[in-house]
Ligand binder design. Sequence first.
Ligand SMILES: Nc1ncnc2c1ncn2[C@@H]1O[C@H](COP(=O)(O)OP(=O)(O)OP(=O)(O)O)[C@@H](O)[C@H]1O
Ligand SMILES: Cc1ncc(COP(=O)(O)O)c(N)n1
Length: 265
Amino acid sequence: MTPPTALTIAGSDSGGGAGIQADLRTFFAHGVHGLVALTAVTVQNSLGVQGFTEIPADVVTAQIKAVASDMGVNAAKTGMLATAEIIRAVAKTLDEVEVGSLVVDPVAASMTGHALLREDALEAIRTELFPRATLITPNLDEVRLLTGISVVDAASQRSAAEALLEFGSRWVLVKGGHLVGTPECVDLLTDGREYRELSGPRYETENTHGGGDTMASAITSSLAKGASIPDAVAAGKKFIERCVAEGYSLGAGVGPVSPFWVLDR
Ligand SMILES: Nc1ncnc2c1ncn2[C@@H]1O[C@H](COP(=O)(O)OP(=O)(O)OP(=O)(O)O)[C@@H](O)[C@H]1O
Ligand SMILES: Cc1ncc(COP(=O)(O)O)c(N)n1
């Protein structure tokens, strides 16, 4: 039987733990066929990002059109988009093709603090992509960059989610992984009417590289299969929790989260 399809519009991680590599292994783990529009080639390993080269915007557009026109896209997600020019091209192309739901993970930097977005690009994400998104999934660093709000507790997490909704996405998921010192990892999902706190244990681990990408692509996989946003996010939270719990050391720095546990099911 032909599986559902999900498209990732994102960068490559030579270390294989984040970016399109994380997305493709997550799509595979969900029984979803992964399609790719590559935006950038990064040079990175467990110690960080040494640099990146972006793909020309017209080539990003052509990749999206090629797969959307022929294979169909049940759901799409964006990750590292590198430049304002690529963001504008992606936004325009998404208006011209059918992609079902769109999850925008506003990747601005690697967890090691290296910029993955040129300076003028954040504004383009806010104005060009958020209004087209079914769901946006910022982490707390991205929330601060996008809204100026520092999330320190449940109240500021809620204020930040409300500020983010103003940019025009249907739903916002404010991920709480970076709120250290709490025994639980709480993510807040809202569309401005419904507020759902998704809470789970915080695992003591260094190996969380690719966690954001894996979460967003798990959600995108469920959307590709026809789930609602609340159901897709709840399933994504369960999936990433297990992937964080089973993250492994690789290299001298931060290891990746692991979707390999699905192979034992
Ligand atoms: N130590 C942890 N234990 C359990 N769950 C975690 C942990 N760290 C993050 N998570 C969960 O993983 C998901 C990704 O969260 P996070 O806020 O870390 O995003 P991110 O910064 O985009 O990810 P990363 O930068 O690691 O790729 C969220 O659902 C979060 O609650
Ligand atoms: C190509 C690419 N995309 C996204 C990330 C973010 O992932 P992380 O925050 O885990 O470093 C990354 N490091 N590389």
